[in-house]
Ligand binder design. Sequence first.
Ligand SMILES: NC(=O)c1ccc[n+]([C@@H]2O[C@H](COP(=O)([O-])OP(=O)(O)OC[C@H]3O[C@@H](n4cnc5c(N)ncnc54)[C@H](O)[C@@H]3O)[C@@H](O)[C@H]2O)c1
Length: 257
Amino acid sequence: MGIYVITGGTTGIGAEVRRKLLDQGHEVFNIDYKGGDYIADLSTEEGRKGAIKAVFLKYPDGVDSVICNAGVGPTAPPKMIFALNYFASIAIADGLRPLLKKKGGSCVVTSSNSITNMTVKMDWVDMLSNVGDEKPIMEFAEQIPREKTPSCYSSSKHALARWVRRVSSSWAADGMRINAVAPGNTTTPMTKGMTEKQMDAALLIPIPTRYGRKEFLDAVEIANGIVFLASPEASGINGVILFIDGGIDALLRSERF
Ligand SMILES: NC(=O)c1ccc[n+]([C@@H]2O[C@H](COP(=O)([O-])OP(=O)(O)OC[C@H]3O[C@@H](n4cnc5c(N)ncnc54)[C@H](O)[C@@H]3O)[C@@H](O)[C@H]2O)c1
């Protein structure tokens, strides 16, 4: 049985991933700012360093998989969105890479299907993924008005998906894999707090697999994809962005793949 490290495994999608892995008999180490096996605020450098150190101490012989799932939604402050959704995910994946290499393991990050929508600001994606220096980007984020947080969110997740694509061949050269899932709107604590107006806007284009019903995906549907990509069953899959959105991406961008 494998050793799986997950971030954001306490609620929502991450909790379903944990439940499935535990059911399959794996060992799971959850890094979260609440209810984790290791408590860390991953939006901070200190939290990330502490978490990486804790995993090295607990699993010196390596880990089979790292799932970078912790994230905040489009209503969070810009600094938090960039710090947690982008910088924390790549810091944890990179930081634990030596432990994954020992076991020829795999990494899965949680992106979003919003990476293809109109709110994405490519200059912010370039800033995150090409400049990559967190401190000045945090200073820049302080100036971003609150109404632009949907763009912060989709741009942070786009930069994360781009990063996965860029590094995947070097991970493969080291005998490892790295992939992303891009979920559509899913019922979790992140979306439960939405107002009726926000919910209506999110359901403007109904999810095809909901057959006209006005409802979001279930967290377990996303978890199924994450667990598959993380597992040895996905041994031929690397650098892929797996849309788990009930067919929204296919509906809106049928010609692009
Ligand atoms: N729910 C959706 O519709 C949806 C859609 C696309 C992508 N996602 C992504 O899925 C991932 C999981 O989100 P979810 O919907 O399950 O929501 P959630 O709020 O239930 O899960 C987020 C998890 O991250 C943890 N977390 C939050 N801030 C943290 C911090 N600073 N440090 C450490 N841990 C922290 C939370 O405690 C929780 O366990 C996120 O990356 C999110 O962006 C969600």
